[in-house]
Design a protein around this ligand. Structure first.
Ligand code: ATP
Ligand code: MG
Length: 568
């Protein structure tokens, strides 16, 4: 490609809201352009990278036996009503109406549509298993679209859906997809982990996320230092926390404890001179359901923090928001002095499972300025106990005796065993080998294809710009003509360019200063530049590796041989 013809509008500065390297460099390099909040268009260089990623994903999916299809972006709302997700999905689902007042949604994921495609057509276990996938545009009206392609509203996803006649067959496909995803992310050259995950709005059980380790990740992941265990903080567990600090043994009693409402746990621990481990704190939230709201208290150890996704799963709400003091009081809780002992049988509360059958605790007495000491946790129903707390760095691994650490990751893929949830709701049945009608077992498997374009940069860049690897670079080599008025330089560069693969090689013959062209090379991040400059007179050209910015003088007669290795 000739740079003079390439539409790659590079700029020196990035918009103020672009804080992450990938966001800045994608915009500054003219890989993409923004057309609205969370909406981006791919320009030629961005499109090449996107297609390269798409090709790798497609090759590996096809190799695994999945078949590519393409479903519409606009989907019929009736299907979403059948599955129940029309109401459950919340505000990320963009609902719309046509001129005849028919309801539609812009597909944020396509379980409903794919179920509709196979139901009534795939009728027998003999036609199973079946795996259909697509690589297309999704729309999610994200609350906070940000970080460029990492969290857009419109984005490109590979989404695959498999259908099975048994749990075992589903598990086999799930394992095959795990190894397929490992191949894909390995081919992309990414440092990733497959982690245990929460299943979110899509539902089902048994799911794994693929996380690329990156400082700018939005997800926290717990990783064991001695075994394979890795999990999203939303789903991470630990071996029950213990302490060497002596318990504050005391008879059950009520104490006068005038403390400020804020930071009350710290004050209480100091007041009684005990470790926060032996205190119970209450985190009170307003839980939003489809048609109602509830004020719920979550009880956890004073030294732990409530993990919001775990809390959501415990109470089954759509969302948890802060509750006002009045709302808390109206619900019968005493802010600052709320404890599980003495609450009504029908009060809304959950207790962290690690507190079950624990003794020698201190908690609020549900009375202004009073706390209980010598509390034992024996008299609560099992249903009250849930895993509610976030795992911390230094906690003990649930699988071995190792220590957990917390690192940042970016989610690039997610695989789920959905089971029969959608097939049951949408009455998608097949006949098993006894002639009995059964709902399909399903799996679903996503990869953030457009997010990966940004992830490649988060994983590999410096302060000057992108550093693409061979697998994803828009071009592998940038031939820079240092002075285009110099006929010898021009001729040499052009003759060389004509012998090379124009899909892999870019020739920068623009009427610009050398420094300007070098800056573009560094920003755009092609793996190599070949400088045709002054030393050509002495029979030399200069090869620069983008990653290290190391320069090597090469005899002009030997350059073709050297380029063979780079371009192969
Ligand atoms: P996240 O937790 O990051 O919102 P998710 O759990 O909603 O992701 P899935 O529903 O599993 O994501 O979608 C599959 C993949 O699509 C994700 O692994 C991610 O790579 C990508 N993806 C999801 N939301 C976005 C988005 N808003 N912009 C770009 N890519 C996205
Ligand atoms: Mg999401």
């Amino acid at each position: 490609m000739r740079f003079s013809k390439l539409y790659a509008p590079t700029t020196k500065d990035a918009p103020k809201d672009a804080t992450l390297p990938s966001h800045k460099f994608l915009l500054r390099g003219g890989f993409v352009t923004q057309s609205g909040s969370g909406l981006y268009s791919f320009l030629p260089l961005g499109k090449i990278v996107l297609d390269k990623i798409r090709d790798i994903v497609k090759e590996e999916m096809d190799e695994a036996g999945a078949q590519e299809i393409q479903m519409g972006v606009v989907t019929n709302a009736d299907l979403w009503k059948q599955s129940g997700r029309y109401d459950e999905f919340g505000k990320e689902l963009l609902r719309l109406k046509d001129r005849k007042n028919n309801e539609f949604v812009l597909g944020p994921t396509h379980e409903e549509v794919v179920v509709d495609i196979v139901r009534n057509i795939v009728k027998s276990y003999k036609q199973l298993p079946l795996h259909l996938y697509q690589i297309t545009t999704k729309f999610r009206d994200e609350a906070r679209p940000r970080f460029g392609l990492l969290r857009g509203r419109e984005f490109i996803m590979k989404d695959g859906y498999s259908f099975h006649d048994s749990k075992e067959s589903l598990k086999q496909e799930f394992d095959l997809m795990e190894s397929t995803y490992r191949k894909i992310f390995t081919r992309l050259g990414l440092d990733f982990r497959a982690v245990e995950a929460d299943s979110g709005a899509i539902g089902g059980s048994g799911s794994k996320e693929f996380m690329v380790l990156a400082n700018n990740g939005e997800d926290d992941i717990a990783v064991c230092d001695s075994c394979e265990y890795a999990a999203n903080i939303e789903a991470a567990s630990r071996t029950k926390r213990t302490t060497d600090v002596e318990p504050p043994e005391a008879e059950f009693a009520k104490f006068y404890t005038p403390t400020p409402v804020k930071d009350s746990i710290k004050h209480i621990a100091e007041f009684f001179k005990v470790d926060e481990f032996y205190t119970i704190k209450s985190v009170i939230k307003k839980a939003i359901y489809k048609d109602s709201e509830k004020i719920i208290s979550f009880f956890v150890r004073g030294c732990d923090t409530l993990q919001e996704t775990k809390a959501l799963n415990a109470c089954g709400a759509l969302e948890l928001v802060d509750a006002s003091e009045d709302e808390v009081r109206d619900a019968g809780f005493n802010p600052g002095f709320c404890g599980p002992i003495g609450l009504d049988e029908d009060a809304e509360f959950y207790i962290d499972h690690e507190l079950k059958e624990e003794k020698n605790l201190i908690c609020g007495a549900n009375e202004e300025n009073y706390h209980f000491v010598g509390v034992s946790m024996f008299n609560f129903k099992d249903a009250r106990y849930k895993d509610l707390v976030a795992v911390n760095a230094g906690d003990t691994c649930p699988k071995c005796k190792g220590k957990l650490s917390i690192t940042k990751g970016i989610e690039v893929g997610h695989i789920f065993q959905l089971g029969q949830k959608y097939a049951k709701a949408m009455e998608a049945l097949f006949l098993d080998n006894n002639g009995k009608a059964q709902p399909f077992y399903m799996g679903c498997y996503g990869i953030g294809v457009s997010r990966l374009v940004a992830v490649m940069i988060e994983a590999s860049h410096d302060e000057k710009g992108c550093i693409w690897n061979k697998q994803t670079a828009p071009y592998l080599l940038d031939i820079i003509v240092s002075n285009i008025k110099d006929e010898e330089q021009n001729n040499f560069a052009n003759e060389l360019y004509e012998t090379l693969d124009k899909k892999k090689v870019l020739i920068d013959e623009r009427k610009e200063r050398f420094g300007f062209k070098m800056k573009d090379f560094e920003l755009l991040g092609f793996p190599y530049a070949l400088i045709i400059g002054k030393s050509l007179k002495d029979g030399f050209v200069e090869l620069i590796e983008r990653k290290t910015l190391e320069k090597t003088q090469i005899k002009k007669d030997e350059i073709k041989e050297v380029l063979k290795g780079i371009l192969s």
